[in-house]
Design a protein around this ligand. Structure first.
Ligand code: G6P
Length: 762
């Protein structure tokens, strides 16, 4: 009631009253009409039943009888009397009571005498409301006069008043009832949810993090409000967390990259310049599930890092539209605004035919370049037809990008990965004013290894179109420069890591990618993980004391089979751990359309099965293989609960699983076993580093990890957490884009040169 103002209640009462009054008025009108009709009918019937006798009496001249007949009917219900007139309007007979009141012939009688037709009228007679019904009288061939029947009509008014009274009272009762019910409905349906929302928002404002679910009912009516309020709350929380973090870091004299810092920094650098990102995988995929469409974000650090920048500068992300409902969710220019909950930048989807996808993505990128760049002993396959599609798709993306940036001055372009080696050159040829960087997310092998690619010159030339090329680590940069030196006519500056070719300079620098560590508190929450561990093991129907975890796309570069062999060796060497230690391998099927990947899935399954068969007993198994896509939220409990995490890639550009594991360990426990062939190994020195091909060494590392002192575990984890807190994903994006924006472009130099010459001539 508190929330409903008096004005609302008064409006409600007036509204309902008006409706009720109109309804009563109508009911009275209908009642009155029916009563009048009824009276008219009765008068008509009476007149018609009398007419025969009256006509006979007149014809016979029996006026005495006529008067008697008339008098005889004088006492009927509501009948005041009746009168018989001759054709001239003179009274022939009249009832006694009526005679003094009808001294004059009423106009309705004169009408009938004049026109020879029936008539009736409601009128007043000596102040009394009456009804006069007049019937013409005939004998065959002769007009005899008229019979007038006069009824008292006063009861109609009385009855109408009664109807009015009754309907008004029942209307009044309805008004009260409707107002009460409405108030109750409002109170139950609106006031409760509104009060809960207000309470929830107050808690949010005062910093007492309320439950993430806003307490309004899940009904259509409230959904838009709930959605907006939830998005608003999320933004507020993010802003508050960022402000707190900034304040904390300022107080500690540290400067950590955050999404906010990245946004501010780059907004200032980009100025009016717009930013464009190109990648094969899109940041939002729409999939059809039955009748509904679901949107998902591929688990990739790239979206986390680049989204704040794109949002800040109204950017555009171009990517292959690969979702089953992608076409239904774009406009006629193949664009849509994302993120879906808080649209801030544009996603432009590019459509590929089956042949293009087969040749460019599966063929050249994943059967050619992927194994070429990862030294993992899977032979690259180079088909001329795939190369043709790779060129065509790079051209398709370049055309779309040029179209998207046609109205932007000095655009900034970030091309992602090995799918688009030719794109930088294609863009710079048409738009020399654009700042173009490409980040190569996978390793670059040494020049001999790269040299087997039949199109190495074209690939290197395409890449050298860029102003900036980024790799994860210095040795990939060095390998690339050596390759460029060998295959191209170019000048390498080994001091500044630049390549000069046909007047264009390309800078080649390392930018180690990382994860979002904004959730990391400096001290760690120290929450015990044992509950989580026993809960997870129970859900897997396993009994064990120790838990290990591995998380990978099912890819031959990840060394999953070598990892399983190391586990087998560990159980052979240290049988006391049989029945005690279980390793959970989360393996997301990937690129399964390719035979090599398809075969690998079967091999991994068979190997896990073989080892399990050899050792398992009762409710214990050495390896649990969970081969399906898991979200980050599903994986995190495993990271948090595990005694150790195994990353045994045979070759990996960076490997973010290693960093995600460290980021998740706010209890500062757990041991990371990390392949020396990952980029991450250059930063995470406190991991137990292993050569994954050395099965005994990895088996030994598992034992060391399980038996490590808690203090040593903590010291190692603390150090690794410090490293990734400092070198997080925002720093990656920040330094890559800052460096790109700071480069002096050849087009600027030429423009400067012209100005100089112009000035000299003048
Ligand atoms: C690697 C590549 C990425 C790629 C990811 C997943 O990390 O560097 O470009 O997106 O694997 O592979 P997919 O082929 O499924 O996109």
């Amino acid at each position: 009631m508190r929330l409903l103002s008096a004005r609302l209640i008064i409006s409600l009462i007036i509204g309902v009253m008006l409706v009720s009054l109109c309804a009563s008025e109508y009911e009275v009108w209908v009642g009155k009409r029916n009563l009048r009709r009824d009276l008219q009918r009765r008068a008509e019937v009476l007149a018609e039943s009398l007419a025969g006798n009256v006509e006979r009496d007149i014809e016979r001249g029996a006026f005495q009888t006529l008067r008697k007949t008339v008098q005889h009917f004088a006492h009927r219900e509501n009948l005041i009397g009746m009168a018989v007139y001759d054709p001239q309007g003179h009274v022939i007979a009249i009832t006694n009571d009526l005679a003094p009141r009808m001294a004059e012939t009423p106009p309705v009688v004169l009408d009938t005498l004049k026109d020879n037709h029936e008539a009736d009228a409601f009128q007043r007679l000596s102040g009394q409301p009456v009804h006069i019904s007049v019937l013409p009288l005939y004998s065959p061939g002769k007009f005899l006069g008229a019979l007038a029947i006069v009824h008292d009509a006063g009861y109609i008014r009385a009855q109408s008043l009664r109807i009015w009274h009754e309907t008004f009272l029942s209307g009044l009762a309805q008004v009260v009832l409707i107002v009460l019910i409405t108030l109750l409905i409002v109170r139950w349906s609106f006031e409760g949810p509104i009060a809960r929302t207000a309470h929830w928002m107050r808690a949010l404002r005062t910093g007492h993090m309320p439950s993430p679910r806003i307490g309004v009912p899940d009904v259509e009516l409230f959904r838009p409000l709930a959605r907006e309020v939830a998005t608003f709350a999320q933004s507020l929380n993010t802003a508050r967390t960022a402000a707190e973090r900034e304040a904390r870091l300022r107080a500690e004299g540290q400067s950590q990259w955050t999404a906010e810092k990245l946004t501010l920094n780059l907004h200032a650098r980009l100025g009016e310049g717009r930013m464009f990102v190109v990648s094969n995988r899109e940041p939002y995929i729409h999939m059809r599930r039955g009748k509904s469409v679901e949107v998902s974000v591929p688990p990739s650090g790239l979206v986390t890092a680049l989204e704040p920048v794109l949002c800040a500068c109204d950017g555009t992300w171009l990517a292959h539209g690969s979702g089953t409902a992608d076409r239904e969710t774009v406009d006629r220019h193949n664009r849509l605004l994302v993120p879906p909950d808080d649209p801030r930048y544009t996603l432009r989807r590019i459509w590929l035919t089956k042949e293009e996808e087969e040749g460019y993505y599966y063929g050249f990128a994943n059967e050619g370049l992927w194994p070429l760049c990862h030294i993992a002993h899977t032979r690259p396959i180079f088909r001329a037809s795939d190369w043709k599609q790779y060129q065509a798709v790079n051209r398709k993306f370049a055309d779309a990008l040029l179209e998207e940036m046609k109205d932007s001055e000095k655009p900034v372009v970030l091309v992602q990965d090995y799918h688009f080696a030719l794109l930088p050159r294609m863009i710079k040829q048409k738009r020399p004013d654009a700042r173009v960087a490409i980040f190569w997310h996978i390793p670059w092998p040494n020049q001999e290894a790269f040299g087997i690619c039949p199109w190495q010159r074209e690939l290197v030339d395409g890449l050298l179109g860029a102003d900036l090329i980024g790799f994860h680590i210095q040795s990939h940069c060095t390998n690339f420069l050596q390759t460029a030196d060998r295959v191209m006519e170019s000048r390498i500056d080994w001091d500044h890591f630049t390549v000069q070719r046909r007047g264009h300079t390309t800078t080649v620098h390392p930018f180690p990618i990382s994860v979002d560590v904004t959730e990391l508190s400096p001290e760690g929450s120290g929450e015990p993980v044992l509950d989580g561990r026993s809960g997870l093991l129970k859900s897997l129907d396993i009994e064990a004391l120790f838990l290990g975890v591995g998380v990978d796309r099912l890819d031959y570069t990840k060394g999953i089979l070598e990892r399983f062999l190391a586990l087998e060796r560990f159980f052979e060497k240290y049988p006391r751990y049989q029945g005690q230690f279980t390793f959970v391998q989360i393996g997301a099927p990937s690129r399964s359309h390719l035979k090599r990947y398809h075969d690998l899935e079967a091999e991994v399954e068979a190997e896990a099965g073989r080892i399990n068969w050899r050792f398992q007993r009762d409710k214990w198994r050495p390896i649990v293989l969970l081969n399906r896509q898991h979200s980050h939220k599903e994986i995190e409990p495993y990271y948090k609960a595990a005694d150790l995490c195994l990353v045994t890639s045979l070759h990996d550009g960076m490997n973010l699983v290693a960093k995600e594991f460290v980021a998740a360990r706010d209890d500062e426990s757990g041991v990371l076993i990390l392949s020396i062939f990952t980029g991450a190994a250059r930063e995470l020195h406190d991991a137990l580093q292993v050569n994954p091909y050395d099965i005994d060494q990895t088996a030994e590392a598992i034992r060391v990890a399980l038996e490590m002192d808690p203090e040593e575990k903590q010291a190692r984890m603390q150090h690794m957490r410090r490293v990734i807190r400092e070198h997080n994903i925002y720093r990656w994006a920040g330094s890559l884009i800052s460096e790109l924006c700071e480069l002096r472009l050849d087009s600027d130099e030429r423009a400067d040169g012209k100005t100089h010459l112009g000035a000299a001539a003048a």
